[in-house]
Design a protein around this ligand. Structure first.
Ligand SMILES: Nc1ncnc2c1ncn2[C@@H]1O[C@H](COP(=O)(O)OP(=O)(O)OP(=O)(O)O)[C@@H](O)[C@H]1O
Ligand SMILES: [Mg+2]
Length: 252
């Protein structure tokens, strides 16, 4: 069993595209999979054509228990369920205040679901807040899509020092290169600097138009273009992530 959070402090780096495609691959391999859309933008829910139920809210989420199970929806794909994000999630941080600024609330809420699912993916919003800290504690594996530029490096170093300060296990962190453009010198240079480091996955996800088409078709790229370079890259990335899960996931 493993909780896999796809996270970056930066926006627009491919978090949602990764969550959607890896959750799809997990389910395809027969693992009972839940994707929790944690972002009030609701992009992951959008890709699966799922709207949040009317009575669902940030407060309901934080309350936990049966209220969550009631709001989980099946997708069009076997073994893949989704907990949609509600727009009230924009207040999740404020709502967490009511739980004495707990950094373990999300972990607690997800605990009963770990009995129902083999893999729980969290598609995270781009920032570093009390909610992020909750997610860092809840996750067994924190997958960071990293566009190979100097600014991304800066934000990654900020994250590392935050982990150190907050006593969170840095062994959970796995980084992979996202939206890679091989014609860009900086991308190649940065990738070279990181290559071979511990917890840097080898398989990059290139910048490819097929991934953008997910927004038009509202489906994982593995459904739209199963034999494309994009689909192939996600499959190879998933293979590496699975190995990482075997190292850091929990036994039942
Ligand atoms: N590998 C890729 N190649 C080309 N376009 C991509 C790729 N990955 C993501 N995109 C596109 O880039 C945009 C941002 O991607 P995505 O929504 O996955 O990022 P995000 O990190 O989740 O963003 P946010 O921080 O807003 O949640 C989307 O339009 C998406 O279709
Ligand atoms: Mg997103």
């Amino acid at each position: 069993m493993a909780i896999i959070a796809v996270y970056n402090i930066k926006g627009g780096v491919g978090k949602t595209a990764t969550s959607v495609n890896l959750a799809y691959l997990s389910a395809e391999s027969g693992k009972r999979t839940l994707l929790c859309d944690m972002d009030p933008q609701g992009s992951a829910s959008y890709y699966f054509r799922i709207k949040p139920p009317k009575k669902f809210s940030a407060e309901k989420l934080l309350k936990g228990g049966k209220g969550i199970a009631k709001n989980i929806r099946g997708t069009d794909y076997p073994d893949l369920d989704l907990l949609p994000a509600d727009f009230t999630y924009r207040n999740l941080d404020l709502a967490l205040d009511d739980f004495k600024k707990s950094t373990q609330r999300i972990s607690k809420i997800l605990r009963p679901l770990t009995r129902e699912y083999d893999h729980i993916f969290l598609d995270c919003p781009p920032n570093i807040t009390l909610l992020s800290e909750n997610i860092f504690n809840a996750a067994d594996l924190l997958l960071i899509p990293f566009i190979p530029t100097t600014l991304s490096l800066l934000s990654f170093e900020q994250l590392l020092s935050f982990f150190k300060k907050s006593n969170i296990d840095r062994k959970k962190l796995y980084l992979f290169f996202s939206m890679v453009e091989r014609r860009k010198r900086m991308h190649l240079d940065m990738m070279q600097r990181f290559a071979g480091r511990k917890r840097v996955l080898r398989q990059p996800i290139p910048f490819l138009a097929d991934v953008e088409k997910m927004g038009i078709h509202r489906k994982p790229v593995l459904e739209i273009a199963p034999s494309s370079a994009a689909a192939r890259s996600y499959r190879l990335l998933w293979r590496e992530v699975k190995k990482a899960i075997n190292k850091t996931g929990r036994k039942r």
